[in-house]
Design a protein around this ligand. Structure first.
Ligand code: GLU
Length: 293
């Protein structure tokens, strides 16, 4: 049975939305409209040290001004901690997580050892050298501890079975983006990623996976910079028994020098275009989207 097209825009309220966000949100809504589906909004505010209510209010204002509409209530990740804890408990009980006490410095030092050779960089930075990873016979004895928890990727892939992890990509770069990675590639280039951070009780990867399933997202529309993170999300979906959406990784909006826009690129903030008296139609032209359908 064909599932209904449901997509989402999932900004973090840690700064103003810029042209890149506007493109992502408008493209997702256009695709939902064209498919007779739905467009949802999710506020990704798990990092309470950086998220601000003022930025969240500005996100609603900017998106509304751009012509976007979404059903209420909006999902806010800060209200979903029990769901993330339940997912972590399951992974912990299955022996797939382990506590990690390494500082950034410890990791950098371990990776600078001569036998490490060239250090691979994964979706979250340098691939973890495995210092705190327990031996093959280890199984968790008590309840899940607080603090940093990493996924034991080798165990996880073994549990899933098969020779690698793949996903369905419909984006414009599907020829270039590799939508399948073999086990050896994942172990070398992704490694034991952090699923629960100190003081946060979750992580981007865990929350996004749990929430895409909770919102019954059929199509994830987001920037090509997140294509490699998709493998982590696919692994977590398989481990937690969650459905796998189709992924559409779109091109990135770049500045005049070819650099991709970041939150600090205030010059391209939507609120400034609004203040200058620009129109949503002009914003669509700036990011090469056809006129609103
Ligand atoms: N919150 C993420 C961001 O602002 C988006 C994550 C996603 O779309 O999966 O970059």
């Amino acid at each position: 049975m064909a599932s209904r097209f449901r997509t989402r825009f999932a900004p973090s309220p840690t700064g103003p939305l810029h042209l890149g966000h506007a493109y992502s949100a408008m493209l997702a809504q256009d695709m939902a409209r064209a498919a007779g589906g739905e467009f949802l909004l999710r506020i990704e505010d798990i990092d309470q040290s950086r998220a601000r209510r003022e930025w969240e209010s500005l996100i609603y204002e900017d998106l509304h001004w751009l012509g976007l509409r979404w059903p209420d209530p909006v999902m806010r990740q800060s209200e979903r901690m029990p769901d993330y804890a339940a997912a972590l408990d399951r992974l912990w009980a299955a022996g797939l997580l382990y506590p990690c006490r390494c500082t950034r410095r410890d990791i950098a030092q371990a990776l600078s050892a001569p036998q490490e050779g060239v250090v691979a960089h994964g979706p979250d930075g340098p691939v973890y050298p495995g210092t705190c990873r327990p031996g093959p016979d280890w199984m968790p004895a008590g309840p899940r501890p607080d603090g940093v928890l990493r996924l034991d990727l080798a165990r996880a892939l073994d549990r899933i079975g098969g020779d690698g992890i793949g996903y369905v990509e419909t984006g414009p770069e599907r020829e270039r983006l590799c939508a399948f990675h073999a086990i050896a590639h994942l172990l070398r280039n992704v490694g034991d990623i952090v699923l629960s951070r100190t003081g946060m009780g979750t992580s981007y990867h865990l929350s996004v996976t749990v929430d895409d399933a909770a919102q019954r997202i059929s199509h994830v529309v987001r920037g090509a910079d997140l294509a490699e993170a998709t493998f982590i999300h696919r692994i977590l979906q398989d481990l937690l028994g969650l459905p796998a959406p189709v992924y559409h990784h779109h091109r990135l909006i770049r500045d005049g020098t070819g650099k991709r826009l970041a939150k600090r690129d205030d010059a391209r903030a939507i609120r400034l275009y609004r203040a200058e008296g620009r129109s949503p139609a002009e914003i669509r032209r700036m990011v090469s989207l056809p006129p609103a359908p």
